[in-house]
Design a protein around this ligand. Structure first.
Ligand code: ADP
Ligand code: MG
Length: 696
């Protein structure tokens, strides 16, 4: 039987394991597999052979260029294309690509944010191949996923600390598994990112400078209809959107991105794409590819894809759920086993995770902090800014039992001498889903739901991986040397102690409620409401020590990330403020003025005829009052933004934006939005919420 189109094309633009096996000499393939699976170092002879095979394959697929594909601190991907050509003496060219070019590239690093890490005289950085993420072909360019590092070895990107955190977790988890008698070769994290986005008509998008420049609407009065009828979620997908989604699937499948689920989301014009989970850093690369394809391919269908966390007020914004687990030699460690030993191991990882999340709730919060995400977290559409863990009824009962030292009844025949509880066979109960929890156990994985839709998921995974590495380290250090019953008893005690100590982070109720906020405060859980509140947590002495202890980020790298994140926040708000001022002056004020003038002319003409036009006169007064209010609000925003921009200290600058500029932006928006329902549609200079959200 011949292959169907999908299986035929799946991964055809990906330099997959199968392609490598087919094209590389056996010893080279074996060596490379070791590098990939066991994190071994790559030597140049092997790199040369791989580069040669990669080039031949890429040329056959029509590629003309190669690029190191990397993720600077902006979080989005960057690439510089170099062709394969090498001129020969006779005027012809050779297509060449060396091992050195494969393993290392030298982009000029000076124009990427570095948070002050890179002195200007040392502006160059280099990109180093990440062999755990396969090369792929995109628009006739062979793309090589790489890490981006300064010449002094500091990470300038999102991928490097992620890879380091994966190594830290693998190292420490292997120690834990060894205590359970398991000698595993590979421990990986698995990540499944669910991507939300909006689709609007491209013509509407083009008419809105706020969408074009900032990704979100900075003005717009409430639509006549929002999401209250709950008709969009899982609703039938419109043909245009369907055609778009189909093209996205086709393109992603060629790149080996396992796009699986697509559906309409809660808000009108909102959709979701979920892939099947993969190894952590690969899943993040693939998520970035998916985001890029969503954006670019939308234009083929006359659409614009919005990936901002809050493109529209009054309806839900977009998030990205980070489904996460750890897998050792193919076995999911968050899957309870069928015997007591495996269950004890599961409980160690579960209790460890709970401890990790409670201890590093501040870093988890910072890892999802951004100006965009500030619009969602705690706004009754996404989890609050308080980090808590949801377990579900069954697991919660097990945990409660352990905390209260209750004798656990065995289910079935295997009776445990040391009281390791038998876990319910099926924890995965789909009815038992708490959508309001930021960190929820969903059967065999945790789902971190605070992430923003446009963010690179590396940051939250770095925190999670390192935090779990730390608890694994502590467990192993405490247990090493113990065997048999002594180990079982000590391990169970450790589980109980960890659960008792970190019980406060477990919350099964409604995370959106006000009661929870008060309760969380009583429990002493941190609640960093805004990005600006959360940012300083990045650079506390304990957190600097935490990252450096596990070789994930050193002090200079942590400080640089803090500065870069603060700068990004302030710069983004400055752009938003500028855009608002510009739109108010050049679009809204002239439009309102023009409409009021035409009404005023009509009032005057009618007056000459002895007709009194009360309605028009009232409208002219309202519009003129509105113009004055907008004019004043613009001047206020301009001066406050200028002051904020002048602030030297990054934290103080962010505070000025949050406390002074954002309220001025809100005031200007309110003044403009008040005029929108009063001005005739033909005069209003930009598409309304009604037309953007409910297009056909
Ligand atoms: P939801 O109800 O939240 O949509 P799904 O069961 O569809 O949940 O899963 C959401 C995501 O979780 C998918 O991307 C899926 O591949 C991923 N996922 C499933 N198992 C794991 C795992 N062990 N580790 C990481 N992600 C996983
Ligand atoms: Mg989900």
């Amino acid at each position: 039987m011949g292959k169907d189109k999908v299986t035929e094309e799946y991964g055809s633009l990906l330099f997959t394991d199968a392609v490598m096996q087919e094209r590389l000499p056996k010893p080279t393939y074996k060596e490379l597999t070791k590098v990939i699976k066991e994190g071994k170092a790559l030597d140049l002879d092997i790199a040369n052979e791989v580069a040669h095979a990669m080039k031949d394959w890429a040329l056959e697929k029509g590629a003309t260029h190669y690029a190191h594909w990397f993720q600077p601190l902006t979080g989005i991907t960057s690439e510089k294309h170099d062709s394969f050509i090498t001129p020969k003496d006779d005027g012809s060219v050779l297509m060449s690509f060396s091992g050195k070019e494969l393993v290392q590239g030298e982009p000029d690093a000076s124009s990427f944010p570095s948070g002050g890490l890179r002195a200007t005289f040392e502006a160059r950085g280099y990109t180093a191949w990440d062999p755990t993420s396969p090369a792929f072909i995109k628009d006739e360019v062979l793309c090589i996923p790489t890490a981006f590092i300064s010449y002094t070895g500091e990470a300038l990107d999102k991928k490097t600390p992620l890879l380091r955190s994966q190594v830290a977790l693998a190292t420490q988890a292997k120690r834990v598994l060894a205590l359970f008698g398991k000698d595993v070769t590979s421990v990986i994290t698995t990540v499944g990112p669910e991507q939300e986005y909006f689709l609007v008509k491209e013509e509407d998008f083009q008419k809105r400078p706020d969408l074009v420049l900032t990704g979100r609407t900075l003005f717009g009065c409430a639509p006549a209809k929002g999401q209250e009828l709950e008709e969009h979620y899982f609703g039938a997908i419109r043909p245009t959107v369907n055609a778009f989604m189909k093209e996205v699937d086709d393109e992603l499948w060629k790149l080996g991105v396992p796009a699986k689920t697509k559906h309409n989301e809660v808000a009108p014009a909102q959709h979701e794409l979920a892939p099947i989970f993969e190894q952590g850093s690969l899943a993040i690369d693939d998520n970035l590819l998916a985001m890029e394809k969503l954006k670019l391919l939308a234009t083929h269908h006359g659409l614009a894809c919005l990936q901002h966390e809050k493109p529209f007020d009054y309806v839900n914004g977009s998030g990205k759920h980070n489904n996460w687990s750890v897998c050792a030699d193919g076995k999911n460690l968050l899957e309870p086993g069928s015997n007591p030993g495996e269950n004890l191991q599961f409980l160690v990882f579960l209790a460890g995770l709970i401890a990790a999340v409670d201890r590093h709730a501040d870093l988890m919060r910072v890892s999802v902090a951004s100006a965009g995400n500030d619009h969602r977290l705690g706004a009754n559409e996404a989890p609050p800014a308080i980090v808590s863990v949801f377990l579900g009824d069954e697991l919660d009962a097990v945990v409660e039992g352990l905390i209260n030292d209750e004798t656990v009844e065995a289910h079935g025949k295997t009776r445990m001498d040391l009281g390791v509880p038998m876990l319910p066979d099926v924890l995965q109960d789909t009815t038992d889903r708490n959508r309001t929890s930021p960190f929820a156990f969903t059967g065999n994985k945790f789902e971190f739901r605070m992430c923003g839709s446009q963010q690179n998921l590396s940051d939250p995974n770095v925190v999670l991986n390192t935090a779990v590495a730390e608890v694994c380290d502590e467990f192993a250090t405490a247990m090493e040397g113990k065997t048999g019953d002594e180990f079982t008893a000590a391990a169970l005690d450790w589980v109980k102690a960890a659960l008792k100590e970190h019980h406060r982070v477990i919350f099964e109720g409604n995370g959106y409620s006000d009661e929870w906020e008060a309760e969380a405060e009583r429990r002493g859980l941190p609640n960093f409401k805004t990005t600006v509140d959360a940012l300083p947590q990045m650079v506390t002495p304990e957190n600097i020590e935490f990252f450096s202890k596990y070789g994930v980020l050193n002090e200079a790298e942590v400080n640089a990330r803090y500065v870069s994140k603060a700068e990004q926040y302030a710069k983004l708000l400055n752009i938003e403020a500028n855009t608002m001022v510009d739109m108010a002056k050049r679009l809204y004020l002239p439009a309102i003025s023009e409409y009021s003038s035409s009404l005023a002319a009509s009032v005057a003409t009618k007056a000459e005829l002895g007709i009194e036009s009360k309605a028009e006169l009232e409208l002219v007064k309202t519009l003129t009052g509105g113009l004055d209010t907008i004019y004043t609000a613009v001047a206020d925003l301009e001066s406050k933004n200028a002051d904020a921009r002048e602030t030297e200290d990054p934290q103080a600058e962010c505070e000025a934006y949050r406390d002074v500029v954002i309220p001025a932006m809100d005031a200007l928006r309110a003044a403009v939005d008040e005029m929108e329902p009063v001005v005739a549609e033909d005069y209003w200079p930009v598409p309304s919420y009604n037309s953007m959200l409910f297009w056909v």
